[in-house]
Design a protein around this ligand. Structure first.
Ligand code: FMN
Length: 364
């Protein structure tokens, strides 16, 4: 048994939904903690005004009773409060009355770097909006809600996951990142950056070297690369290791199974080794520019400027929250596979039994 996650929802449709399967029964969820993570995703310097328009809140439709999971699929909803402005344009059923509000005119100006051109070609859409609405990172909101549930499960096993932005547009430090953002905003340009996720308390033995799809490093890399705008992932010292000698690249083992370093980022042979798991993701500059890039009008085939739509200057801090959620989900999934448990008490007991078997030397 493992955890399953299915999501649906368009950026300006009525709502985003997620169904989480495989959660053990007996896990207490804190609504305020889930909403706090949704709030963190909406914050950060450089976000668009949309984030002030909407305050995301989680609703639960199934799988929870009096705040405790039932062991049945958990159905989460995050409503798009902005949908009221797109009522006609994003109506799931044929719209009634005169066109009103946003999204009434087809978009035919694909943005380089977004889903627009590939999406219309792949699905045969005439309106680019039919592609961009789902490709947009808006639906990371329900992934963050799912990640908050995963973090609640991991906390029962003493595992904590935290993400932070470390670089924006090549600049580091809060001040530097803000300055870089302000400069890009005044040039009507956009930026990318780097985030780092660290998971502590992870026992050795999550993941597997037996099949490539089961490797924890591969799973974490896929989870991070699956986030919009992420173009590179690093585990531990990743790229730098390629330039080192073997004598400088590995984490020597002292008596008591203590490591002298953590260059591997907590994973060896696709299996957690008890050290902190460290993963980084690199985000490209956002593709919607207020000073649009050259493109082609799909209606005429003539040169044109790409679509300009309300957009972030950079969303690196938001990515840190989304990346934290993605890593948490993947670790919770790996823990569920290792420790099983239809009931949370069974899972905790299996975890304790395992720690007793291997000794607690890895935990510092
Ligand atoms: C949290 C977050 C917020 C984003 N906000 C924007 C945005 O405001 N404008 C934009 O053009 N792209 C934004 N993106 C990036 C696009 O969604 C992404 O570049 C696009 O879907 C194409 O996918 P790709 O970059 O992975 O190729 C955001 C991504 C994330 C993770």
């Amino acid at each position: 048994m493992t955890l399953g996650l299915a999501t649906a929802g368009e950026s300006h449709g009525p709502a985003l939904v997620a169904i989480l399967s495989g959660l053990p029964a007996g896990l207490t969820l804190d609504r305020a903690a889930i909403d706090a993570d949704l709030g963190r995703r909406q914050q950060g310097y450089g976000r668009s005004p949309r984030q002030q328009l909407e305050t995301d809140r989680v609703e639960v439709l199934a799988g929870l009773r009096h705040g405790v999971t039932l062991g049945t699929p958990l159905a989460l909803v995050v409503r798009n409060l902005d949908h009221k402005n797109w009522d006609w344009g994003m109506s799931p059923w044929p719209s009634e009355g005169e066109p009103a509000g946003k999204g009434t005119k087809p978009v035919t100006l694909p943005r380089p770097g977004h889903a627009d051109l590939a999406g219309v070609l792949k699905y045969g859409h005439e309106d680019v909006r039919n592609a961009l609405e789902r490709a947009s990172a808006r639906h990371t909101a329900v992934h963050v809600a799912a990640g908050a549930v995963a973090k609640a499960l991991l906390a029962e096993l003493g595992i904590a996951v935290a993400g932070r932005a470390t670089e924006v547009g090549g600049a580091t430090g809060d001040e530097g990142m803000r300055e870089a953002t302000d400069a890009a905003r005044s040039d009507r340009d956009t930026l990318g950056g780097i985030v780092e996720v660290v998971a502590t308390g992870v026992p050795p033995g999550l993941g597997s070297y037996a099949e490539k799809a089961d490797r924890l490093d591969a799973r974490i890399a896929a989870a991070l690369m699956g986030i919009q705008a992420v173009k590179a992932v690093e585990i531990g010292d990743g790229l730098a290791l390629a330039r080192e000698r073997g004598s400088q690249a590995h984490d020597e083992i002292d008596p008591g199974l203590v490591r002298r370093s953590n260059r591997a980022g907590g994973i060896e042979a696709g299996v957690s080794n008890g050290e902190a798991i460290v993963a980084r993701a690199a985000m490209k500059p956002l593709p919607t520019l207020m000073r649009p890039l050259d493109s082609v009008d799909l209606a005429t085939g003539e040169p044109a400027q790409a679509l300009v739509e309300r957009s972030d200057v950079q969303a690196v801090e938001a990515l840190a929250v989304v990346a934290e959620s993605a890593v948490a989900w993947e670790l919770a999934r790996a823990a569920r596979e290792k420790f099983g448990g239809d009931a949370l008490v069974d899972m905790i007991a299996a975890h304790r039994f395992y720690l007793a078997r291997i000794g607690e030397t890895w935990r510092r």
